[in-house]
Ligand binder design. Structure first.
Ligand code: F6P
Length: 324
């Protein structure tokens, strides 16, 4: 009987549990033995493997976080620790390691295969949706919905007090969350690292809105651009001469990353997980699962790093058109 291992690595994302469940159940469906690795690459180094039956993954499809736990393991940058991990994987007689992770985790998995011949399959997750090679990563939809939910609430105060609100969302160096949350919440301005927006245009947009009789504004800023605090301080100065209820800011932070996954994330996670196992059953490893034109496909794992995935310029323009 062949044996597979599944782990989650890097920042948690809603939908990880749905994906773990899919890998475990598909594994058993195809008569594979399945083990879980606790705490991602840390667990590989410290040999934290444990068996997973289909029943062990009951009642987790709706839960955020990861039942396998996760970590950002810096030791994996060092050859000696990767070697240790590879030895542990061999001792456990693992035929393929399924890494549910983002860019950094895929690089770690790639090195395990390249340096030690450990068969691996990557399944993309990150709320940031910034993994190159796939249109979608597990967790993004939930994070955007969490952000939109929060912005909708902030808008109540923004409108009632005629204030300018700067709302900071996550995304590391990318603007996918900001752009989608900006469109979905009807933000007046969305600032993302990929398409810079000069400060004078921001001020002008707010003043133009005021001239049209709208005295409150919501600005969504991706953390990769600047902090909401910095932008709010600059705007406070620039808007001083004008009649506004003030500028406030809010950092949404980790509420974006937690909570029950949306139906979309559960469905994608389930599809990705089953597809990944089927690839292994068909003899494919060294690949990542990806979404392309809405379909689940496989690609060589190596293509996912060293390249930057950018949001569509048309979405950015759409946002600007809709703020009129
Ligand atoms: O990659 C997901 C993410 O939440 C980013 O949006 C954010 O910049 C980063 O992780 C924060 O990482 P950590 O929780 O390790 O500080």
């Amino acid at each position: 009987m062949k044996k597979i291992a599944v782990m989650t690595s890097g920042g948690d994302a809603p939908g990880l549990n749905a994906c773990i469940r899919a890998v475990v159940r598909a594994g058993h469906y195809y008569s594979l033995e399945v083990v879980g690795v606790k705490r991602g690459f840390k667990g590989l180094i410290e040999k934290e493997f444990y068996p997973l039956s289909p029943r062990d993954v009951s009642l987790i499809i709706n839960r955020g976080g990861t039942v396998l736990l996760s970590a950002r393991e810096k030791r994996f940058h060092q050859y000696e620790f990767r070697k240790k991990a590879a030895e542990n994987i061999r001792e456990e007689r693992i035929d393929c390691l399924f890494v549910i992770g983002g860019n950094g985790s895929f690089q770690g998995a790639y090195l395990l295969q390249k340096e030690f011949g450990i068969p691996v399959i990557g399944i993309p997750k990150t709320i940031d949706n910034d993994t190159y090679g796939t249109e979608y990563t597990i967790g993004f939809d939930t994070a955007v919905n969490n952000a939109v939910d929060a912005i909708d609430k902030i808008r109540d105060t923004s409108m009632s007090h005629e204030r300018v609100f700067v709302v900071e969302v996550m995304g590391r160096d990318s603007g996918f969350i900001a752009l989608s949350a900006g469109i979905a919440s009807g933000a007046d301005i969305t600032l993302i690292p990929e398409y810079p927006f000069p400060m004078h245009v921001i001020v002008d947009t707010i003043l133009q809105a005021q001239k049209r009789g709208k005295k409150f504004s919501i600005i969504v800023v991706a953390e990769g651009v600047a902090s909401a605090k910095e932008i709010a301080e600059i705007l406070t100065e620039k808007l001083k001469p004008y009649d506004f209820g003030g500028v406030r800011y809010s950092v949404l932070g980790y509420i974006q990353r937690g909570g029950s996954p949306t139906a979309y994330d559960r469905i994608v996670a389930s599809r990705f997980g089953v597809f990944a196992v089927e690839q292994f059953v068909n003899g494919q490893t060294g690949i990542m699962v990806a979404m392309e034109n809405g379909k689940v496909v496989s690609k060589p794992l190596g293509i996912s790093f060293g390249k930057v995935k950018k949001p569509d310029l048309s979405d950015f323009e759409l946002n600007n058109i809709l703020t009129l």
